[in-house]
Each structure stands twice: as structure tokens, then as C-alpha cells.
Design a protein around this ligand. Sequence first.
Ligand code: HEC
Ligand code: HEC
Ligand code: HEC
Ligand code: HEC
Ligand code: HEC
Ligand code: HEC
Ligand code: HEC
Ligand code: HEC
Length: 428
Amino acid sequence: MSSSLVRVLFTAALPLLLGACPLAVPSEESAGPGVFNNTTDPNNFGASYIGSAACAACHPDYAELTHAHGHGQALKRVEDAAPQYPAAGTRAGVPNPPVGRTWRDVSYVIGGYTHGAFFVDADGYVLTDGTAGTHAQWYLDFLQNGTTASFAAYKPEQTQPRAYAYECFRCHAVGAQPQDAARPQFQDGRPGIQGTWAEPGVTCEACHGPGSNHVKDPRARKIFADPSGRICARCHLDGDDPNVITAAGGFISHSAQFAELRASGGHAQFSCTVCHDPHVSTTYARSQGLRNDCAACHPDHNMAFHDDFTLVRGDYTEKLACASCHMPYAGRSNSAAGPALVGESEARVGDVRTHVFRIDTTGATAAQMFSADGSQVVKDNQGRAAVAPDFVCLRCHNGTGSVFIISAQGAATIGKNMHLKAAAPTGQ
Ligand code: HEC
Ligand code: HEC
Ligand code: HEC
Ligand code: HEC
Ligand code: HEC
Ligand code: HEC
Ligand code: HEC
Ligand code: HEC
């Protein structure tokens, strides 16, 4: 595999080098796109934040891509009317706020583009069931786990106003700053938003750092570009220990991708941008958003006797691909499957695909995948994590839809050496 891998990594970068230069003013002195001047200083030599509208003036293509990515939609300011979402977001959108409130009573919506949404009230507090007196979380359609767009429970026990604190917005905004004795500020002066940001949403300067020095003299390229993936870890890591894959309620955290990748064995040393274009949505523009799909590096792997199979369940169809088994929905951002989807089976289906990739067929259920207190994913003595067969196989083989039921133990048995089996074992 290694020689083909090297070739793929080189050729996959080529279309990017040749085809993607969006700059209105290309520079002759430029070392060329993809070779970056500043890969070490995320503060851009003491620059200040200027906002993504300024970047869009010279980089309109990147602005459009980032807007249609979940990043651009991570935190939306509300102006007396429902927030608008890019047309690419086919399952995006929020309804009017929970009963008894109008858009005037809402200052921000968190998300609403890929999985779900929360409402921040005019004083800056996140609505909970306990404070709203009704269901306060919005689930988007997520046919993968049987969810249709609806209000759902969010912290019924929380009856005191829930601050929208730094710990919550630090990954959903540019230039997030916690509140402390030296900086006692509230964003927009709203008492519930404890701390400040420079711009809501994960826009340009969240990854490139403050841009004031760059716009003064673009050709000096005093703007940070990170080829290493460390910048992604700032937000795609729940907590601050990359060795811990955090979990709760039987699912991996919604922002554990960096820790998962580190524990993936074969992919542990990869930067996120080996596979992802940082500007293009994977959710809504999958083929452009992924620079390398599995087959690019694993050309010789078969489909574990699932070639040309398609799962059909109501309106949901999925043609089997490597990710169908190796990136199951072991993470949870908002919704998860209920009995209507999984029937009597032991299946578990959250709404975020895992980046652990490895499958452990020595055990059958997620019980052995999580620590005893459920707060993290366990690892082997080489520091590797793995997903259990109940997450992998039973999200399809649960007796609903077009596919027959298998027990978790049966899945583990059939799954063992699965790629070496020319055809399915008979009599299952
Ligand atoms: C999620 C992080 C992220 C966001 C948000 C982001 N970028 Fe980037 N951008 C990167 C990374 C990482 C690179 C360099 C590495 C790569 O492309 O793999 C990059 C590269 C670039 C490049 C150089 C491309 C080249 O190949 O020479 C430009 C120009 C750019 N970004 C502009 C923007 C603008 C303008 C915005 C906002 C509209 C933006 N970026 C938003 C992460 C981001
Ligand atoms: C006045 C026009 C202008 C504005 C405004 C502008 N850029 Fe640029 N940007 C350029 C040009 C021109 C280049 C190419 C410079 C070169 O290669 O000589 C560039 C290059 C870049 C690069 C690649 C740097 C490298 O080392 O190759 C990134 C990343 C980038 N811009 C991000 C941004 C971000 C983020 C903003 C907003 C904060 C922004 N730009 C605002 C004109 C602009
Ligand atoms: C460590 C960074 C981080 C923190 C802290 C964080 N999030 Fe997130 N959030 C993410 C990431 C990453 C995703 C995307 C997961 C995915 O798409 O797989 C996300 C997704 C979401 C979504 C779904 C967005 C959509 O468009 O569907 C909502 C809603 C959300 N977060 C709310 C919150 C709330 C409320 C808090 C505070 C209690 C919070 N987040 C704290 C990183 C974070
Ligand atoms: C400032 C925090 C932050 C940084 C830095 C960041 N992300 Fe995200 N990312 C988020 C949040 C929050 C979401 C959820 C947004 C939503 O779904 O509405 C998200 C969602 C995503 C998604 C799913 C959304 C989609 O449209 O497909 C991908 C893929 C992703 N990030 C990749 C990356 C990569 C790769 C990097 C580094 C180049 C990166 N992110 C850097 C916060 C961040
Ligand atoms: C080996 C390739 C690979 C690497 C490396 C990789 N990803 Fe992904 N990622 C994928 C694929 C493939 C998908 C989409 C699977 C699908 O939906 O078909 C994805 C999806 C995602 C999503 C959306 C998940 C969801 O279900 O909402 C996020 C967020 C994300 N990646 C973030 C990251 C971050 C952050 C890193 C680096 C820590 C990273 N990825 C590294 C291949 C990769
Ligand atoms: C950029 C190249 C690249 C891409 C893209 C890639 N892989 Fe890999 N993968 C590797 C390498 C290198 C290894 C380690 C050597 C090996 O096991 O063959 C590996 C190992 C693995 C392993 C074994 C992990 C372990 O240590 O037990 C699995 C499973 C795997 N990959 C699945 C996938 C899937 C599924 C995808 C697509 C979502 C994918 N890979 C995309 C390069 C890649
Ligand atoms: C994304 C959905 C999906 C996942 C995940 C999945 N399967 Fe399947 N599987 C199917 C479909 C669709 C068929 C075709 C037969 C049917 O429609 O009943 C199938 C067929 C099979 C068959 C019969 C094959 C034949 O030739 O008749 C076996 C055995 C099987 N799967 C085992 C597994 C095991 C073990 C796993 C986990 C490692 C798994 N499957 C994961 C969807 C899935
Ligand atoms: C139907 C489910 C399923 C599909 C589809 C699937 N795999 Fe696997 N894969 C497994 C299972 C189960 C294991 C673990 C086998 C074991 O424990 O002995 C595995 C193991 C692996 C491994 C590590 C061990 C080995 O055989 O090298 C790699 C790498 C891998 N798969 C890559 C891929 C790639 C690439 C694709 C797409 C071409 C793919 N898989 C499609 C179920 C699947």
C-alpha cells in the first residue's frame, strides 16, 4: 500500500494546486497556493480581527464555500426574524421559537444546519425545557437514525437561566474570550453571554487568525495557514487531552474527532486536511469536501461481501460504502435512534460518524467500548480505540427496513476476518 499511498497523496493535491486559485490578484512573487508563508503564528504578528466580510471582498469563492459549510452556520445572530440558511443545507432550518416567544425574544440560534439547534434568549441565556416550560431543543431531519424535524427535550431539570458561557461558545465563534476579573465583559451586554467573541460562527479568522496585517499588504501574506490539523483540534477536541475520547450517555461526544483520529491506529498520524478540504462542507458537498476517500488509499480492500447492497428504510436509502461500517454513528450531537427505528434489537445509532475507523470483533456490544463510568472510550495497550459491532452492523441489521436482524454476538462472529470471507457465511 505504501507506494500507492504516496502517489495518491501527491496526485490528490494537484487539482487543488492547479484549479482552485480564487484570487482576483494573483501574485508573481507568490510561492504558489499550498505553500504558506506563516504556518506558525496564529496571531499574525499582533494583528486584530476584521471580520469575514472583509476577507470576502478579495476571496469571494472561499467566502461562499465557508458560508455553505457547517462552520459558517455554527452560531447565527437573529434580527427579529427566522435565521436564513444556505440552499445547500437540505435538512437545515429552524421553526418559530418555542411556544409563547417570538423572534424578538431570541438573540442567537446555535446551529440549525446539520443536526439540531438551540435558542439563546434576548438576555443571552440558552432556553432549556425547565426555563421555557416546553421542549426547547430543535432536531433536524436525520433519517439515518429515524428522526424527523421536531422539538425535543433539553434539560427539563434546569429551571434557572442557563448562561451561554465561554465553555459552550468557544468552538462556535471567532476570537472567543472567557470572562474573568480582568475582562468582565458580556457579549452585546447580554448578562447570559459571559465572555465575548469577535464574530459569531466559525468564519475565516477562526482558523487563519486575525487579518488586519494581511489586508494592509496581502502579498506579504501575514496570515496563518495551518497544514498540520492542529487548528482543527482547537474545536474538534472535547476537553483538552487529545488522549481522551470523551463520551456521555452511551455515545461519543459531538466534538471528539481529533482524539478519535489519534486513537485510530492506521490514521493516527494524519492531519484532518489529508481527507478534508477545510473550506468545503463534508455534509452537503461530500465529493468536493473530501480530498481522499477510502478507496484512494485502500485500493485493494474489498467491501466485505456487501458490494452493491443498498439499505432501504422508509425514505432513507444508503448504498453501502466503506464508511457505512467503519464510520458508524457512534457520536451524538443532538438526536439518537429510538425504538421505532431499532425495534427490539441492541442497535445504537447517534448522529455523528466516528473517526475511530477500527472495528473490534472480539467483543459484541458498546458496553466494553466505554469506561465503567461511561465518560470515555477505552483503549488497548497500543493506545487504540475501536467501535463495537452493535454500533457497526446493527444500525442496519436491526430487523426494520429492508435488512434482516442479527444479534450483536452474531455480528461479532460474522464480522471476524470479514474481509477475508469471499461470501457471507450461510445459515445466519
Ligand atoms: C475550518 C478552518 C478554516 C476556515 C473557517 C477557513 N479556512 Fe482558509 N484554510 C484553512 C487551512 C487549514 C488552509 C491550508 C491548508 C489546506 O488547505 O489544507 C487554508 C487555506 C486558505 C487559503 C490558501 C489556499 C491555497 O491553497 O493557497 C486561502 C486563500 C484561504 N484559506 C482563505 C480563507 C477565507 C477567505 C476564509 C473565510 C471565508 C477561510 N479561508 C476560512 C482553514 C480554514
Ligand atoms: C485586499 C485583498 C485581500 C483581502 C481583504 C484579504 N486577502 Fe487574503 N490574500 C490576498 C492576496 C492577493 C493573496 C495572495 C498573496 C500572494 O500569494 O502573494 C492572499 C492570500 C491569502 C492566504 C494564503 C496565504 C499564504 O501564505 O499563501 C490566506 C490564508 C488568506 N489570504 C486569507 C485571508 C483572510 C482570512 C482574509 C480576511 C481576514 C483575507 N485573506 C483578506 C488578498 C486579500
Ligand atoms: C470543543 C468544541 C465545542 C464545544 C465546547 C461545543 N461545541 Fe457544539 N459543536 C462542535 C462541533 C465540532 C460540532 C459538529 C459535530 C459534527 O458535525 O459532527 C458541534 C455541533 C453543535 C450543534 C449542531 C449544529 C448544527 O448545525 O446542527 C449544536 C446545536 C451545538 N454544537 C451546540 C452546542 C452547545 C449548546 C454547546 C455548549 C453546551 C456546545 N455546542 C459546545 C464543537 C463544540
Ligand atoms: C473555532 C472552532 C472550529 C475550528 C477551528 C474547526 N471547526 Fe469544524 N466545526 C466546528 C463546529 C462548531 C461545527 C458544527 C457546525 C454545524 O454543523 O453547524 C463544525 C463542523 C465541522 C464539519 C461538519 C460540517 C459540514 O458542513 O460538513 C467538518 C467536516 C469540520 N468541522 C471539519 C473541520 C476541519 C477539517 C477543521 C480544521 C481545518 C475544523 N473543522 C476546524 C468548529 C470548528
Ligand atoms: C481518513 C480520512 C479522514 C480523516 C483523516 C478525517 N476525516 Fe473527518 N470525515 C471523513 C469522512 C469520509 C467523513 C464523511 C463520512 C460520510 O458522511 O460519508 C468525515 C466526516 C467528518 C465530520 C462530520 C461528521 C458527522 O457525522 O457529522 C466531521 C465533523 C469531521 N469529519 C471532522 C474531522 C476532523 C476534525 C478531522 C481531524 C481530527 C478529520 N475529520 C479527519 C474522513 C476523514
Ligand atoms: C490518505 C490515505 C488514507 C485514506 C484516505 C484512508 N486510509 Fe485507512 N489507512 C491508511 C493507512 C496508511 C493505514 C495503516 C496501514 C494499513 O493498515 O493498511 C490505514 C489503516 C486503516 C484501518 C486499520 C486501522 C487499524 O490500525 O486497525 C482501517 C479500518 C481503515 N484504514 C479504514 C479506512 C476507511 C474506512 C477510510 C475511508 C473513510 C480510510 N481508511 C481512508 C490510509 C488511508
Ligand atoms: C449500512 C447498512 C449495513 C451495515 C452497516 C451492515 N450491513 Fe450487512 N447487509 C446490508 C444489506 C442492505 C444487505 C443485503 C441483504 C438484505 O437486503 O437483506 C446485507 C447483507 C448481509 C449479510 C448477508 C449477505 C448475503 O450475501 O446474503 C450478512 C451475513 C451481513 N450483511 C452481515 C453484516 C455484518 C456482520 C455487519 C457488520 C460488520 C454488517 N452486515 C453491516 C446492510 C448493512
Ligand atoms: C459490511 C461492513 C464492512 C464494510 C462495508 C467494510 N469493512 Fe472493513 N472491516 C469490517 C470489519 C467487521 C472489520 C474487522 C475484521 C476483524 O475484526 O477481523 C474490518 C477491518 C478492516 C481493516 C483492518 C483489517 C484488514 O482487513 O486489513 C481495514 C483496513 C478495512 N476494514 C478497510 C475497509 C475498506 C477500505 C472498506 C471499503 C472498501 C471496508 N473496509 C469496508 C467491516 C467492513
